[in-house]
Ligand binder design. Sequence first.
Ligand code: ADP
Ligand code: MG
Length: 498
Amino acid sequence: MTTALAPGADLARNPKVRQWLADHRPVLLIDNEWVPAKSGKTFETINPTNGQVLSIAAEADRADVDEAVKAAGRAFTEGPWSKMGPGEKARILRTFAGLIEANVDELAELEALDNGMTLATAKAFISVAVESLYYFAGAAQQIFGQTAPSAPTNFNYVLREPIGVVGAITPWNAPICANIWKIAPILAAGNTMVLKPAEQTPLTALRLGELAIEAGLPAGVLNIVTGFGPGAGSAIAEHPQIDKVTFTGSVETGRSILHASTGNLKRITLELGGKSPNIVFPDADMSSAVATSLAGFATISGQVCVAGTRLFVQQDVKDEFVENLSTFAAGIKVGDPLDPETTMGPLASKEQFDRVTGYLDVGRAEGASVAVGGEVIGDQGYFVQPTVFDGVRNDMRIAQEEIFGPVVSVIPFSDEYDAVLQGNDTTYGLAAAVWTRDVSRAHTVARRIKAGTVWINTYLELDPTMPFGGYKQSGIGREFGANWYQHYTEEKSVFLKL
Ligand code: ADP
Ligand code: MG
């Protein structure tokens, strides 16, 4: 390959990825056309492995969002999309899923370059994304209305209809998955959409857009506007012709999106942060608890909303647990995400690196002790060691605030009551786990914990058949599950006098 690549892109190994990066121009996807931002503005996306420019993206603002919304509106009211039956829509989604599968190596490398997750992790997430697309393709043909028990003089029924134009705003931590988890159900329910991927990781969303067109998705159904939160993001949240906004990201941004949505009373789904309790009782299968708890806080360098970052261990077994966990954590190979030996890549951005290293200082200042890790690695890119803080109290900042890095706070508890009390002492309520061989205790704790997802003797499992979302400030609404379509459709009551 002779094309000169940007210094962040030059780390790419796959010839197809190198070619894609060499050819890439800063464009938005509007009405199945690739167009620059009207303002001509662009921004850099950085490769977190070396901190260098990976590529340039178009910076959309209100004017571009407006065009995207118009295209989505036309596709919803006039376009071929609204005239297709669910079977035909399902076929396009399946073709799209197949194309993602066929391009998995290329997509995984692009994801690793833009986000910093390892190739293996990227592939695992892509396979989850593909599964979800197939699932929702099938589900598109399962959205039933109802026949009402009316008087003999009437025939009353309930229709389930798509809402209209949906705005989707997504984060940078697992971009392909986050984007497919919006695209799949939104389109399966028959809506059209405007997607704004996170400014830190815009590239794989654009590649997904290319594949969606190749799959036969009609113009205007999926529009992709890259750009920043206060620009393109808030334009989506405020737009009077967007009927619903679905957002995954921070609590602070979720709150401003909720405020912005009041102008036209948009339907809202918010998937926000967490500080999830992972509770280990002395009768647990300890080897499994240690290994899985590590994955629970270190997967994608801990940049996971459901990360188990408050690790409650019963006080009698706590020291031994911390020792074993630290040994495992020290064995994680942190480095270039494209190197197959690497088990943990860098944090996704400089902003995130500063945040996580800031919390490493906060933890020490609060009096917690570092059992393992606690340092940055190297002097280029955004690498930190997986870190176990011991001697943490649940009221410390490192136990209450979402760090979004490979940092866990180990907190002792005395008994079941204490574990639940401390576990629930948080403003969040996204996920939790309980480790025990006692069946009755497992189910009792699962009921008492205030969280949208509870794992028993496992962690990080998600399934499109299971509702996902948060209690308390972890969000509003649920994605997936048997009732998934309720959040992407409207109900219409039709009364007919016979
Ligand atoms: P983080 O702070 O970790 O980057 P955010 O919640 O700020 O997480 O970002 C998640 C997504 O929300 C990104 O796509 C970002 O551009 C977008 N975003 C940020 N601020 C706003 C806002 N005020 N309105 C709409 N979207 C926003
Ligand atoms: Mg932000």
